[in-house]
Design a protein around this ligand. Structure first.
Ligand SMILES: NC(=O)c1ccc[n+]([C@@H]2O[C@H](COP(=O)([O-])OP(=O)(O)OC[C@H]3O[C@@H](n4cnc5c(N)ncnc54)[C@H](OP(=O)(O)O)[C@@H]3O)[C@@H](O)[C@H]2O)c1
Length: 161
């Protein structure tokens, strides 16, 4: 099965200059917890923002390039990626972005892990439109706001109907 995980602001913004527009450790913790033990799939720009394979997870990067660190599986096309996912129906593949990859895979995604941040930031990359009428909200948990996590945020899980 194919899932997406991302955080967006009140305007659907997800990125700024190749990085996240905000600092929200609670969401980074959620990301780690949700993706741990699964296979993560990233576009090359998102992978370069990590700068290393993320431990405890199988790392796949979709790219026409080959210069990635050891421990990363590089897949050069969406078709090859979809073949791999189809061959392993019991596995959860989690796409970690970015916008480019989300846009190409949104018609195939089964589950959405969306963190909604109730604040507005500046940036250059927005989440592609998703038809939420095709999904149902399975879970919604309000995140903690404190000295380190200044923005109200909610962790939502949607499953395809
Ligand atoms: N808020 C969040 O949760 C979140 C999550 C993820 C990312 N982001 C942000 O989003 C931004 C990056 O997103 P982005 O949309 O610009 O880039 P991206 O999706 O991370 O990467 C795009 C790159 O992936 C490769 N690629 C994409 N489709 C391909 C295909 N079909 N075949 C082969 N290669 C393919 C290409 O790289 P090559 O040139 O290497 O072939 C392409 O330039 C950053 O600011 C990042 O921090 C935010």
């Amino acid at each position: 099965m194919l899932a997406f995980i991302w955080a967006e602001d009140a305007n659907g913004l997800i990125g700024a200059n190749g990085q996240l527009p905000w600092h929200l450790p609670d969401d980074m913790h959620y990301f780690k917890e949700t993706t741990m033990g699964n296979t993560i799939i990233s576009g090359s720009k998102t992978f370069r923002s990590y700068n290393r394979p993320l431990p405890g997870r199988e790392n796949i990067v979709v790219s026409h390039q080959t210069d990635f660190p050891t421990g990363v599986k590089v897949i050069p096309s969406i078709e090859q990626l979809c073949d791999l996912i189809a061959q392993n129906p019991d596995k959860q593949y989690i796409v970690t972005g970015g916008a480019n990859l989300f846009a190409q895979l949104r018609s195939k995604v089964d589950r959405l892990y969306r963190t909604k941040i109730e604040a507005e930031f500046s940036g250059d990359t927005y989440m592609p439109a998703i038809d939420y009428s095709l999904f149902e909200l399975s879970k919604s948990v309000v995140g903690v706001v404190d000295g380190k996590n200044k923005y109200p945020h909610t962790f939502e899980v949607f499953d395809r109907k």
